[in-house]
Ligand binder design. Structure first.
Ligand code: ADP
Ligand code: F6P
Length: 472
């Protein structure tokens, strides 16, 4: 008999990745990405279970406890990783939902694997949920799960949250399996998006594709109402704010600056190595500032941290080569003895080391070509109780809707990025404090607990106009 929970998170990945060393010893490491950053603290504060994949092929693991969370592993075969995860999730949906900044691949075998894996997740959720439980399905890898799960367990309250942008109808229309995906999402009681624009795109798509009417936030199916709403995701402000006040983090931040040669300006980029993040665009802008003589090599250092990501997907392999070539080229052309203007690290770091980097940096540069939210921007703001520090932020990141006091840029406009980077470096302490204070107030108020609380409250209170509830 399986243990059942009244609250379940269903996500492609578990919050930890299983790492097996060459000598066979195994350990767990925090999984990459914003989804885990946001959901892990929420889960640690609520009782429930998290269903997801362990990050390695063919692993059958018993449910286990880790970092105060109850974890249930869903196995994926090597072929499923290739077709469902690297394929349909990350070579089809990821570029399609991010403004087709890379060309999506449409392959039937990938779609079949996506459907089969979604079915496995839905069955596992049905098996582990107690009567009337709340099940919260996460992100684009599992868009068919809501309807599959409702079919198996109509007693459940099902929520879905999309962490990435939901594209305009004209782009979504390319997808050969567009009806199935939309019907999959409509199995939820509440579908959450990062921004109101994503929710509006989805409602319009439902009407155009399936002919279902909507009014306000509510989509009217024959027998139920599906609510759609924006819930901008956030970070654990309190945890980061506390972390950067610790003496060891403060002294690590100082040490980082010293190791960099104590430059006047330390600029920082922290991203998964993903083509949506605009890493090349920001390095190009920085390189041109050096070449134009607007900043000198000893005066400013750009630290770019790029977490390894989806390394077997062709576009990601090419991106890594391109970025590494670009870093080498710019450094080759602009370095002086003893100083390299770009310091590039292709590694993952523990949270406190990242916090020290944020604290050390004068300018945080976040320039995605499209991003659902971008938690890095909110993490940087959370780490600056000193009110020092400037955020250069792309207008195409969801976070730009809230962090209006950032130095906003269009990442496609190199001259504009250069101008804003310079403005950020030259701003007076008073100006920086004014901007930072307002941004901090926003992130402190709308932190990750508020995000999860608002979503779950909304999920648990039925729609006023739902025919299934209005006469009960
Ligand atoms: P995405 O979800 O697309 O990766 P986000 O900016 O929303 O983008 O979230 C990225 C998360 O991953 C943040 O919490 C950030 O701190 C974390 N992260 C990014 N780079 C690293 C790294 N090199 N080591 C550890 N964590 C990282
Ligand atoms: O929302 C962004 C996201 O795709 C999450 O779904 C995912 O967990 C994270 O980025 C990292 O990506 P991956 O799981 O493919 O390494």
């Amino acid at each position: 008999m399986v243990g059942r929970s009244s609250f379940l998170i269903v996500a492609n990945r578990l919050p930890v990745d299983r790492i097996v060393e060459q000598d066979g010893t195994a350990s767990w490491r925090r999984s990459p990405g914003g989804l885990v950053t946001a959901i892990a603290p929420v889960m640690q504060r609520r009782h429930g279970a998290w269903l997801g994949w362990s990050g390695a092929p063919d692993e059958e693991l018993e449910p286990f406890e880790q970092d105060g969370m109850h974890l249930i592993s869903i196995p994926l075969s090597a072929e499923e990783i290739e077709l469902y995860y690297e394929g349909f999730s990350n070579a089809t949906l990821w570029p399609l939902y991010h403004d087709v900044v890379a060309t999506p691949v449409f392959e039937r075998r990938m779609w079949e694997a996506y459907r089969a894996v979604n079915e496995r997740f839905a069955r596992a959720a049905a098996e582990h949920a107690e009567e009337g439980a709340v099940v919260w399905v996460q992100d684009y890898q599992l868009q068919l799960v809501p309807s599959m799960l409702r079919e198996l367990r109509p007693d459940l309250r099902i929520g879905f949250f999309l962490h990435i942008p939901f594209p305009p109808v004209e782009l979504f229309w390319q997808l050969p399996w567009r009806r199935e995906l939309v019907q999959g999402l409509l199995g939820a009681d509440l579908v959450g998006f990062q921004l109101p624009g994503g929710a509006a795109n989805f409602r319009r798509l439902c009407r155009r594709l399936l002919g279902v009417p909507y009014k306000g936030n509510e989509i009217f199916l024959e027998d139920r109402v599906v609510r759609t709403q924006a819930f901008p995701i956030s970070v654990d402000f309190g945890e980061l704010d506390e972390m950067v006040r610790r003496p060891e983090v403060v002294s690590r931040a100082k040490e980082i600056r010293m190791e960099l040669g104590d430059p006047e300006h330390m600029l920082l980029g922290v991203d998964r190595l993903d083509y949506t993040k605009g890493i090349g665009q920001r390095l190009e802008a920085f390189g041109e500032l050096l070449k134009d003589g607007l900043i000198s090599p000893g005066e400013a250092v750009f630290v770019q941290i790029a977490t390894p990501s989806r390394e077997r997907v062709e576009e990601y392999r090419r991106l890594r080569d391109d970025i590494e070539l670009q870093v080498g080229r710019i450094n080759g052309e602009t370095s002086e003895f003893g100083s390299q203007p770009i310091q590039y690290f292709h590694q993952s770091y523990p949270k406190d080391e990242l916090a020290a980097l944020y604290l050390a940096a004068d300018v945080m540069v976040v320039t995605p070509l499209r991003d659902g939210m971008n938690l890095v921007a909110k993490e940087y703001v959370s780490c600056h109780h000193d009110l020092h520090g400037a955020l250069v932020l792309s207008e195409f990141a969801g976070a730009a809707d809230e962090l209006r006091q950032a130095f906003l840029v269009n990442p496609y406009d190199v001259e504009g990025v250069k101008r804003q980077m310079l403005a950020a470096m030259r701003a007076t302490p008073h100006e920086l404090a004014r901007r930072m204070r307002t941004m901090r107030r926003r992130v402190a108020t709308y932190d990750v607990d508020r995000w999860a609380g608002e979503f779950l409250n909304s999920l648990e209170s039925p729609a006023a106009s739902d025919p299934a509830t209005s006469h009960s």
